[in-house]
Design a protein around this ligand. Sequence first.
Ligand SMILES: [Zn+2]
Length: 314
Amino acid sequence: MRHVIALDVGGTGMKAALAGASGDLLHQARRPTGRERGPDAVVEGILDFAAELRAYGEQRFGEPAAAVGVAVPGIVDEARGIAAYAANLGWRDVPLRQLLAQRLGGAPVALGHDVRTGGLAEGRIGAGKGADRFLFVPLGTGIAGAIGIDGRVEAGAHGFAGEIGHIVVRPGGAPCPCGQRGCLERFASAAAVSEAWAAACGDPEADAADCAKAVASGDPNAVRVWQEAVDALADGLVTALTLLDPRILIIGGGLAEAGETLFTPLRDAVRRRVTFQRLPSIVPAALGDTAGCLGAGLLAWDLLDHTDRTEVTR
Ligand SMILES: [Zn+2]
């Protein structure tokens, strides 16, 4: 049976799958990324994992995977197949596409940026299914974005498109590791809300999920912290939707797990800010932490569809 390898490389763990033509996951596996062993060992671990998946697929389905899709964090040169930089994995300019193709007997390989790859899956088969224009914004340790246009995700000229977390929403505000001050992710990431709530409630262990619970129970201190994050987020999202005019705004990551505690005030805050802009529907992400893996599978299938089309037109 024809299938592809999908691999999502995270800072701590790798998720892999063999995916069928309809995007269904035929087999799933996980293992640690092992970043404590250094960047070379991480790359070797990715190659080993992919080779084992290829052997497994060949044994179980009677043929090796037809293509491979890999999602990695950091700065990714998708066109050249190079993992350019990842602070958490310590690598620089790893020619991952070439290394994987060599290891896997010349199979076609697609390399993608983790958030854009997850966004591709959310837009095509998840919360934005069928939407021609969407914006996917995961609120995690940081905030990133994936701009969906007609079934693909825009990477930009240099691979930096969608970095909504570094839109300045509070000029002169808290310093950001990017070098700017007042960036959105300093106010509305899960990490920022955790930090603000820990300071406000006096418990250094308290996090964003605790804050959401306190909001739901009506704690005025929590409501104040939460609303500050929601207002900053709405400011950033309105800038994005003014520029992009998406049909649907998909919010994911840890903070979105608060459900209506986030979405009800967020929809209100965005609605209050728009004037002439059309209001997109604002919905939670649907695929959870499998989005990256599902997206990597889609990248691999796209490669085959493209190859097939090229062969036909040749
Ligand atoms: Zn920043």
